[in-house]
Write a protein that binds this ligand. Structure first.
Ligand code: ADP
Ligand code: GLC
Length: 489
């Protein structure tokens, strides 16, 4: 399906603003959809940072139906691309310091319900061609709870576009006190178990899960997992009810941003045929983190949000054993204050082997992917995960738990897979420190004792194609299905 008009609704997009993988996806999937001859526009809140970084910004709409007069719409370009960008400029909600969801101290903004309800109302006006743009999308592609009200608000409109809702992380519901339903002035038909009510509160994500024409999530395995109580966060019943509308489409990555052969964040470039640059990046990384510059010491890396989902507690538990094994570990992340403090304490206790940088640094994330030998991702659940894919591309063997997108992208280095030349990393089954440690030991042993096998494992990962091309095609098919189904809920 080419030449569709697609409105891509997101609360973050790289390089304007990013807290995690959604930012990477929103900064690259629309580009891939455009390359396949579609008219794509990204719509996002006009956060202060995004306003500063967007290109060629100008006001395009001052009055939108159903939206307060203080809200305006700006149009520009996603930097470095030709994709059009719409920014929802509501200064009271978005022009402030801090992150897109949290204040500078890491607490959720108290007015998140109001902020994203306003955002969704503007998206609705654009979707119904009531925003003075003279443009109506065929498809509105919503992402995560921040855009959840859009399919719900659009549902009763006869001439609405088709709606798609993509779950990037079912753990985040956008759950608010039921009183918000009144203060946000939401239509009565949306209340109740068939609507936005969840455990007596208001759930934004249900707007997407109940009302979207099609639902997708970011890997085939996670699409299965979220239909079980263990991974369903209380929404597995609803997802089973809508199982015929649910699909898993694996994320791609943007090789313009993540390619070791020309990554601007790296001092030394390399590829699967010429790996010496990787060894030089390792030395740089050890230097940068103040660790002894030893070429033969196995260096493990971890980049990510320091939250329970990512299994940070499991990593903390095995640090003494990693030290005993003579490995080094570098960590980059922000999140839970307890995890941050524990990582810093480990770095203080083992200064020769453990180092942590608490903060967000795009450059350092690339440098760890390039310089480490192995990458830790022991997630309890992982809808897709991009870091393990970046690791595969950068010749850094991922050590991952067998779940979600990790299970779909990493092929375990068991004897059989090694013999068949398929192995690309290391998997373990249960979220336990012992199993994580065993996987690390397996990796370290091959790294030390079987250099040829090690090289084969990492180059197998490097040669895989994780570009968006195929996944974008799957999305276009999904859009087509949604269009056929729209209005026939
Ligand atoms: P999630 O979306 O659950 O956070 P992903 O693996 O899909 O996990 O994507 C995480 C993205 O955010 C990657 O691009 C990763 O490099 C980036 N990232 C996470 N934490 C940091 C950090 N502290 N500094 C720089 N980049 C980070
Ligand atoms: C979420 C998930 C992650 C996924 C990303 C992009 O934040 O936690 O697994 O890769 O979204 O889809």
């Amino acid at each position: 399906m080419a030449n569709s008009k697609i409105l891509f609704v997101t609360s973050e997009a790289y390089p304007l603003i990013k807290t995690g993988g959604l930012g990477d996806v929103a900064g690259s999937l629309p580009v891939a959809l455009k390359a396949q001859r579609n008219d794509v526009r990204i719509i996002m809140p006009a956060y202060r940072d995004a306003m500063r970084k967007a290109e060629k910004l100008g006001f395009v709409s001052f009055h939108m139906e159903g939206v307060p007069e203080t809200v305006r719409l700006l149009e520009g370009r996603l930097p470095g691309t030709t994709v059009k960008l719409l920014l929802v400029d509501s200064p009271a909600h978005f022009d402030r310091p801090g992150g897109p969801y949290c204040d500078p101290d890491g607490r959720d903004w108290a007015d998140n319900a109001e902020r994203f309800a306003t955002f969704c109302r503007v998206v609705m006006a654009v979707a119904l061609n009531k925003a003075q743009l003279n443009w109506q999308p065929d498809v509105v592609h919503c992402n995560d709870w921040q855009s959840g009200l859009v399919p719900a608000l659009l549902a009763p409109h006869p001439n609405r576009p088709a709606t798609i809702f993509t779950i990037h992380n079912l753990a985040y519901h956008g759950h608010f006190d039921s009183s918000k339903f009144q203060t946000l002035n939401l239509p009565h038909y949306l209340w109740g178990m068939q609507g936005l009510e969840f455990h007596s509160g208001l759930s934004f994500i249900k707007g997407g899960l109940v009302f979207a024409d099609m639902i997708s999530t970011v890997s085939p395995t996670y699409a299965e997992e979220i239909r079980t109580p263990h991974f369903g966060h209380g929404l597995d019943g609803l997802l089973n009810h809508r199982a015929d509308r649910l699909q898993g489409i694996l994320n791609g990555i943007d090789y313009k941003q993540w390619n070791p052969a020309n990554d601007p964040h790296l001092k030394h470039h390399f590829d699967s045929h010429k790996l010496d640059g990787k060894a030089k990046n390792k030395t740089e990384l050890q230097k940068q983190f103040g660790l002894p510059q030893q070429a033969d010491t196995p260096l493990l890396g971890l980049v990510g949000r320091l939250v329970e989902q990512k299994g940070i507690d499991l990593v903390l538990e095995i640090i003494p054993q990693l030290v005993e094994l003579g490995a080094q570990l570098v960590v980059l992340g922000t999140g839970d204050k307890g995890f941050q403090a524990a990582l810093e304490a480990a770095a203080t206790k083992y200064p020769q082997q453990i180092a942590a940088h608490i903060g967000f640094s795009e450059a350092l994330a690339h440098q760890i992917e390039a310089g480490a030998d192995m990458f830790l991702m022991p997630s309890r659940f992982e809808p897709c995960g991009l870091n393990q894919i970046y690791s595969l591309c950068y010749g850094t063997a991922p050590i991952v738990r067998h779940t979600g997108g990790l299970a779909d992208t990493v092929i375990d280095a068991c004897d059989e897979n090694i013999a068949q030349g398929k192995a690309s990393g290391f998997q373990f089954e249960h979220a336990s420190a012992i199993e994580l440690l065993q996987a690390c030991k397996r990796a370290i042993s091959i790294y030390r004792q079987q250099p040829k096998t090690w090289k084969k494992i990492i180059t197998t990962g490097m040669k895989q194609d994780f570009s968006w091309k195929q996944s974008a095609k799957h999305y276009l098919k999904l859009y087509q299905t949604a269009q056929q189904l729209s209005g026939k809920q």
